[in-house]
Design a protein around this ligand. Structure first.
Ligand code: AMP
Length: 116
């Protein structure tokens, strides 16, 4: 059996984390190392999908839900509702947790570089 990811362990309460919102299928955390004034992570409760590519292929409706949830959270947590959505995909692109998650960055992005 796959080991629970760090996000699953936060979801189950095994380790502490700041869950700020959830739905039946998704939850959102504040990133512990923020790269923007608002830096949230939106995460499917299932850890079945390691990357956004796997999620898109395996459950496109859940990917669409994730994006709608990101928009709602950005509207609630930023003044302007604008946000950058980043899915690091693969270790060489900066992915460190292989339980798919979107970075929602906003609240005053003052440059055009990508990344989270
Ligand atoms: P990635 O590098 O794209 O896989 O993103 C993983 C993200 O998880 C990083 O931005 C980390 O700062 C964040 N992270 C790791 N551990 C925690 C935690 N316990 N609570 C909140 N965010 C975390």
């Amino acid at each position: 059996m796959t080991e629970p990811s760090i996000f699953t362990r936060i979801l189950t309460g095994e380790i502490p984390g700041e869950i700020i919102a959830e739905t039946d299928s998704l939850f959102a955390l504040r990133d512990i190392a923020p790269q923007a004034p608002v830096h949230l992570l939106v995460i499917p409760k299932t850890q079945e999908y390691r990357s956004v590519v796997e999620l898109a292929a395996g459950d496109p409706a859940l990917l669409a839900e994730l994006i709608a949830f990101a928009e709602k959270l950005a509207a609630e947590h930023t003044d302007d509702g604008d946000f950058r959505l980043v899915f690091n995909t693969g270790a060489n692109a900066g992915q460190s947790v292989f339980h798919v998650h979107a970075h929602v960055l906003g609240g005053g992005l003052n440059e055009r570089s990508v990344g989270a």
